[in-house]
Ligand binder design. Structure first.
Ligand SMILES: Cc1cc2nc3c(=O)[nH]c(=O)nc-3n(C[C@H](O)[C@H](O)[C@H](O)COP(=O)(O)OP(=O)(O)OC[C@H]3O[C@@H](n4cnc5c(N)ncnc54)[C@H](O)[C@@H]3O)c2cc1C
Length: 450
């Protein structure tokens, strides 16, 4: 590896200590930088629900040396789409050869465990680079873009060479960068419920944890009704996302973290739902609304020495299960761009490359997530199950595929973008991180002219 003689250690400020902020701290400490994470809360209110991490996210956890076992994941073996009324499988995507093909498994974590796992890796003494520092109860209020200084609501100010806005969907940093989101409440609402597997089994209900699968009821009919079941905590907990049309219950302005909603409210929209899963929902606990807003893609991701990352830069509908993975990929991109091989000391120029690498990919996933909200055939995996009797997609050539997500080589993408910015030639046979000539199952060949 050639080392950039102009590389220098940066003093980085990360606003927001969620999944994206912690991942950024891991990636940048490993690249040799000093990182301080500023979090508005004290983490007492972390959400009790699952979060999935496909191979394109998992690979970075391993590359960073994160102790993945601490997250107590369920390794997914299948994606199953079931008939709304009977529960019979309609479309199944087998993940048996997934690790063999992509080198990494498809993990399903519990958010609190995943967050703790990332936090340990960011702040711990083990691992490469200086451990990051975490400062809680610091809510960012203002950033002076010229001076690279953050002001917090408690009056504290801090100067940093690079500032990363990882402050989630309601990002303050985004507004400071001048981005005004075009957004609207989603047509569907979502209530989340947790079911204890042991309790379900004790009551004689189906033990869905045995399937080690991400399971969906409905979604084929172009309707908003859909149940998504993800097992986490080694299968001990079943995390249910229950979607229904917004006219049947509007939660677009209600935040997660208040008292549990009554179970009758959860069951009300589902008179015709498969009784097996319906009975699971009847013992659902911690029933919480998940506020869903559709954001159009933002025009840019950085200004001066400040950039956006994760939901702050590209909030997306949950229907591709890629929100956390995209935040992890953003962090990985910063970790590579600012490492000793690529960083030439010019922060603003490096953030131009960050934007060029990340914006096209996150925008594509964002659009695909919005489509999968009302058509499960658009969901990565099911998107190539063309034999499903009800298979119908908007444009077969545009569906997002597992191949596009997992064959992506971020190093090549970064080299291509840096070469163009720095006026160097790039001769590798890759386009935007995908190998020229690769045939995707949607019929597209990478590098071929349309
Ligand atoms: C219930 C639920 C289930 C989900 N399930 C999945 C899933 O299965 N798969 C998937 O890929 N994605 C899932 N997601 C989405 C995924 O969690 C997000 O895309 C991901 O967490 C983005 O990480 P982030 O760090 O950008 O934002 P967040 O994790 O939201 O973190 C933002 C952090 O910034 C802090 N903060 C906010 N404002 C400020 C401020 N002004 N100053 C300082 N700190 C601030 C917040 O307190 C928070 O800690 C789910 C989300 C939720 C809520």
């Amino acid at each position: 590896m050639t080392i950039m003689s102009s590389w220098k250690r940066l003093n980085v400020g990360v606003v927001g200590g969620g999944i994206g902020g912690m991942s950024t701290a891991i990636a940048l400490r490993r690249a040799g930088h000093e990182v301080t994470i500023y979090e508005k809360s004290d983490f007492a209110g972390e959400v009790g629900a699952s979060v999935s991490c496909a191979a394109n996210g998992t690979r970075w956890l391993h590359e960073w040396g994160v102790d993945v076992a601490k997250g107590d994941p369920v390794v997914l073996k299948k994606l199953i789409n079931r008939d709304w009324r009977t529960g019979e499988p309609v479309s199944v995507y087998d993940l048996d050869d997934y690790e063999k093909r992509w080198g990494y498994v498809y993990n399903m974590f519990h958010r609190q465990y995943m967050h703790a796992m990332l936090k340990d890796s960011a702040l711990g003494d083990e691992g490469e680079g200086p451990p990051a520092k975490l400062v809680v109860n610091h809510r960012c209020r203002e950033i002076d873009l010229k001076a690279s200084t953050i002001t917090f609501e408690n009056g504290v100010t801090a100067h940093h060479d690079l500032i990363v806005g990882a402050d989630g969907i309601g990002s303050v940093v985004r507004g400071i960068l001048g981005i005004k989101p075009e957004k609207r409440p989603s047509e569907s609402s979502c209530l989340h419920a947790n079911v204890d597997t042991e309790e379900a089994v004790r009551l004689g209900l189906v033990d869905y944890s045995q399937d080690s699968a991400l399971e969906y009821w409905g979604g084929q009919e172009g309707k908003w009704d859909k149940i998504v079941l993800s097992p986490c905590n080694g299968g001990k907990l079943l995390s249910y996302y229950c979607f229904f049309p917004r006219e049947q219950g509007d939660y677009s302005t209600q935040a997660w973290g208040t008292d549990s909603r009554p179970v009758e409210e959860l069951l009300k929209p589902y008179p015709a739902l498969d009784r097996q899963v319906f009975k699971h929902l009847s013992i659902g606990k911690e029933i919480q609304p998940w506020r869903l807003w559709v954001h159009d893609p933002y025009p840019y991701l950085h200004q001066a020495n400040v950039c956006l990352l994760g939901d702050a830069g590209h909030p997306m509908m949950p229907h591709q299960s890629q929100g956390a993975c995209m935040a992890i990929e953003d962090a990985a991109a910063l970790g590579i761009l600012f490492n000793k091989q690529y960083f030439n000391g010019d922060v603003a120029q490096t953030l131009v490359a960050y934007e060029q690498v990340r914006l096209p990919r996150v925008t594509r996933v964002q659009a695909a997530a919005a489509k999968a909200a009302y058509n499960i055939n658009e969901r990565i995996g099911f998107s190539v199950n063309k034999d499903t009797p009800t298979y119908k997609v908007e444009d077969p050539k545009k569906v997002l595929t597992i191949e596009e997500m997992n064959a992506y080589d971020m190093y090549r993408d970064i080299e291509e973008k840096l070469a163009s910015i720095r006026g160097l030639s790039y001769t590798d046979k890759f386009v935007c991180g995908l190998p020229v000539g690769m045939e995707l199952p949607n019929g597209v060949t990478i590098g071929a002219t349309a």
